[in-house]
Design a protein around this ligand. Structure first.
Ligand SMILES: [Fe+2]
Length: 395
């Protein structure tokens, strides 16, 4: 049962509105778009329902009537969809708003931003000049786009100054502080507190899965890199996990379901957390990869699940260690490597500390803050007519 209300357009052309029992459809931009009444009422940008500048919701979603429905609905060329609700509210929804938030067409996965998983023989490692990133919107967006889509980027020509990595982080967002110092020095140090201070190989890993929410971005700034060896290795951990899922879905599933304890501690600090190595989002896509062989602690799962875990873990580890999906490269003085560290693993080959200096400093950030900076630079965060159709008088 449906009816067309108050429109001077024919169904199938822009502006046609049809009311159904629990939803309506409206043709905008040549496409028929469907919205549930409860969704539309919840997303009213009427002044009584939203704070104008911040878009914060004032109306309580749980107060929406169970039988919420339009008394009338029409399409206005200036205001867009105009609805008079049966709870007394009138709200309008612009064409831009309806197109941006339409959830009735393509599946969710097609509406998310593309992640470019690395090929088996990766050839692209985006590089952006430091001067462009810190001084130009275009350069900063190129850097943020690379980290967002590719999971890694190298900023070149960063001044080799103590603490410069922290200053760079603050130009992009905020430093994520953790135990064991705000800025970490990685150089040969026999008294150091972890394996990074040895000259040995570091297998690809992510730092600090000993936090339930490990740092999601890591910046590694090479102040000087003159020693023989010590090439950097980056591995697309998500590409490796996808490969595991393709060839051995039962192993993938085991790593999704098995809690793994990780710990890093010193004389004064302790971090410990137990989580699955592969964490999925609500769409079943990989959200966080926690892979650090050096920080993994004794497993404590039911007896009959232990060997299945080791089979799965070793399978993933062998894919990661195989060299597929891996960049190996020597950083120059002043290179700053950025990784989305819930995805891309970092490591290094062994080096000879007697052959020259090697010193890098690193800090952590949060991926959300990089995405936020990107939205700000693109102007996507500001309230627009899309959110505030018909409410111009409240400006
Ligand atoms: Fe590390």
């Amino acid at each position: 049962m449906s009816q067309t209300l108050e429109t001077d357009r024919t169904t199938g052309t822009d502006g046609a509105v049809e009311l159904h029992e629990r939803h309506l459809s409206v043709v905008v931009g040549g496409q028929n778009r469907r919205f549930h009444y409860v969704w539309l009422r919840d997303n009213s940008w009427a002044p009584q329902d939203r704070v104008f500048l911040s878009s914060e919701r004032k109306a309580a979603t749980f107060d929406i009537r169970d039988d919420i429905a339009p008394l009338s609905a029409r399409y206005d060329d200036r205001l867009g969809l105009v609805v008079d609700w049966n709870d007394g509210r009138s709200a309008s929804y612009s064409a831009e708003f309806l197109c941006r938030y339409d959830y009735s067409g393509a599946p969710r996965s097609a509406r998310r931003h593309a992640v470019r998983l690395w090929d088996e023989q990766p050839t692209i490692l985006p590089r952006v000049a430091h001067a462009d990133v810190v001084a130009t919107t275009e350069g900063q967006l190129a850097y943020l786009d690379a980290v967002r889509e590719y999971g890694a980027a190298v900023v070149t020509g960063v001044p080799s100054l103590d603490g410069e990595v922290e200053r760079f982080a603050e130009t992009i967002g905020h430093v994520r502080e953790v135990a064991f110092e705000r800025v970490h020095n990685v150089r040969h140090d026999p008294t150091g507190y972890n394996v990074a201070h040895t000259p040995g190989e570091l297998k690809p890993h992510a730092d600090l899965p000993s936090y339930s929410w490990p740092p999601s971005v890591q910046l590694l700034h090479f102040l000087v890199n003159r020693a023989d060896g010590g090439e950097s290795t980056l591995v697309d951990g998500w590409a490796c996990a996808h490969e595991l899922r393709r060839v051995a879905p039962h192993h993938f599933d085991t790593l999704v379901r098995t809690p793994v304890p990780y710990q890093l501690f010193s004389a004064d600090e302790d971090t410990w957390a137990e989580n699955p190595m592969i964490e999925l989002d609500t769409d079943g896509d990989i959200k966080v990869l926690r892979f650090s062989n050096q920080l993994a602690q004794p497993l404590s799962v039911p007896f009959d699940r232990v060997e299945a875990f080791y089979d799965a873990y070793r399978h993933l580890g062998r894919i990661i260690d195989s060299g597929r999906f891996r960049h190996t490269f020597k950083c120059d003085d002043g290179d700053l490597v950025t990784v989305h560290s819930h995805r891309v693993l970092h490591g290094r080959l062994p080096y000879d500390p007697s052959s020259g200096a090697r010193h890098l400093q690193d800090v952590y950030m949060e991926f959300d803050d990089l995405l936020a900076r990107r939205r700000v630079l693109r102007g996507e965060h500001l309230p627009t007519a899309a959110q505030r159709p018909g409410n111009e008088e409240t400006a």
